[in-house]
Design a protein around this ligand. Structure first.
Ligand code: GLU
Length: 503
């Protein structure tokens, strides 16, 4: 039985790179008929941010990424929040101590800092590892009675992992193949802190084991920690899960990791939902609040680092589940592409029913103090949908269906409203008043019998009519629009334009 987990630390809003990691876990779990778990990794109390856990849960609800077990729904392997599992980790730390896989380190922060500075002075970087550990203040370097004395007198300490010397450690990665690192290059990471809490590394391995996780699918930034994790499994005598380290999500130009700053600079959100930072009071933009549809965000993210093996781009969640495969995840970083994000949004917006779009539009119409019959709003929605990408554009794009223009675009006026146009517009009014108010009759009378027969400039007259009715030279087929607005309203608008622009 496949069991995967998404294991965020509640240190702030969830970056879309994290959302993509969760999505790949979800697609894999669903496809394999497995389970998807949400575990909150909050062992670093100094980085805890109130509201972040709730944000994460809400983001997944919005995106339609569902969990089978987790902090918000419980399950047979709970609790699913590491701070609620605190009491459980010490025994595993003791097991490592007893097996010689971990040691006590009494180095004070000041001593470690001094060591780092000493190395820096020689243009080197200090690492607490198998080459330096005997020069430090720990249970490997100090005499046994001194260690005991310190423990008895309650000296603060951490537990560090003891990497074996000069040993190659190989991570079998499902995306990258075998990645080998020598233990000389790896630092003796802290497993257990003086505050009685495990670090990420220990808690993560213990929990993945106890929760019977079969596949660890996570960001590439965790690849350097993977040898330690492999060694921890070995130290405990547990079978390690399979690993897949996902490629980074890159800035649009490909130069480095996508950051919140890139989003601010280039005008797109890097978080699924809006986030109000409780400390700084700063608000960060969210996909949801920008009007993106969750299906569009999911589809876009799925393709940032994975493809179905062909160039199909539009896939529903069900299709993604069916087509997903770890083999087709790329090794290279995936560049974020704003145009593509908007393209997906436009495509998914087109898939909304006319009624749904009409409801969105109606809310905006009402917010301008206008009541319009439902069928009329639906008609406008169905006509105008293809021009819309975000719901927020609806009113601006469609307002002239509901209210007469109050101003006329100056450039369009200069270009189209040629001298003598008032006379032509008066003629249009006359036609509207006398000819049956239907498409063919109006077309014949206006375009054939008046414009063509008198060899007038069709573009200038029709665009001036559009200016009068819409306020600028955009919009759907002119006569269709005239028929929708009704004879009296169109005549009123033309009269007003004659009076306003004419002066
Ligand atoms: N808590 C880690 C994070 O915030 C999880 C890494 C992992 O999946 O092992 O990314």
């Amino acid at each position: 039985m496949v069991r995967v987990r998404f294991a965020p630390s509640p240190t702030g809003p969830l970056h879309i790179g994290g959302v993509r990691t969760a999505l790949y876990n979800y697609l894999f779990a669903r496809q394999q008929g497995g389970k998807m778990i949400l575990r909150i990794e909050d062992t670093d109390q100094t980085r805890f941010v109130p509201g972040a856990e709730q944000y994460i849960i809400e983001a997944f609800q919005w995106l339609g990424i569902e969990f089978d077990e987790g902090v918000h729904i419980g399950g047979p392997y709970g609790p699913y929040r590491q701070s609620d599992r605190k009491a459980l980790y010490r025994q595993y730390a003791d097991q490592l101590l007893a097996g010689g896989w971990a040691y006590y380190a009494f180095d004070t922060p000041e001593a470690l800092d001094a060591k780092r500075k000493e190395y820096e002075a020689e243009k080197k970087t200090f690492q607490y590892d198998c080459t330096t550990r005997l020069g430090m203040c720990n249970s490997l370097a100090l005499p046994a009675d001194e260690v005991q004395r310190r423990l008895d007198s309650g000296d603060p300490y951490v537990l560090r992992f003891r990497f074996p010397e000069n040993t190659d450690i190989t991570v079998h990665d499902l995306i990258r193949g075998d990645v080998t690192m020598n233990s000389r290059l790896l630092d003796d990471k802290v497993l257990f802190k003086s505050d009685g809490m495990p670090t990420y590394h220990l808690a993560n391995i213990v929990d993945d084991h106890l929760m019977e996780i079969t596949h660890v699918i996570r960001g590439e930034e965790w690849l350097p920690s993977a040898p330690l994790h492999i060694m921890l499994y070995e130290a405990f005598g547990w079978q390690a899960p399979q690993f897949a380290h996902l490629p980074l999500l890159l800035k649009p130009d490909g130069n480095g990791k996508l950051s919140k700053r890139d989003g601010d600079r280039l005008g797109f959100p890097v978080f699924p939902l809006e986030w109000h930072d409780p400390k700084s009071g700063e608000t960060s933009n969210g996909y949801r609040e920008q009007g993106y549809l969750p299906q569009a965000v999911v589809n876009m993210l799925a393709l940032l680092g994975w493809n179905p093996g062909n160039d199909q781009e539009l896939m529903t969640m069900d299709e993604l589940i069916r087509l997903f495969s770890i083999e087709h995840i790329s090794k290279n970083g995936a560049k974020f592409n704003l145009d593509k994000a908007r393209w997906f949004q436009h495509e998914y917006f087109q898939q909304l029913s006319d009624d749904t779009v009409a409801d969105m539009l109606d809310t905006q119409v009402k917010s301008h103090g206008i009541e319009a019959p439902h069928e009329y709003v639906v008609k406008v929605a169905s006509m105008m949908k293809e021009r819309i990408t975000f719901p927020g554009e609806l009113w601006d794009t469609c307002s002239y269906f509901f209210q007469a223009p109050t101003e006329y675009n100056e450039k369009d006026v200069a270009k189209r409203w040629q001298p003598g146009m008032e006379g032509h517009m008066a003629k249009v009014i006359e036609i509207l008043e006398t000819v049956p108010f239907e498409y063919d009759a109006l077309h014949q009378a206006l375009l054939e019998d008046y414009i063509k027969a008198n060899q007038l400039n069709t573009g200038a007259i029709m665009n001036s009519l559009r200016l009068a009715v819409v306020g600028r030279t955009v919009g759907p087929d002119m006569l269709t629009l005239v028929l929708m607005l009704g004879k009296d309203e169109v005549i009123r608008r033309i009269q007003r334009a004659i009076e306003t622009i004419g002066n």
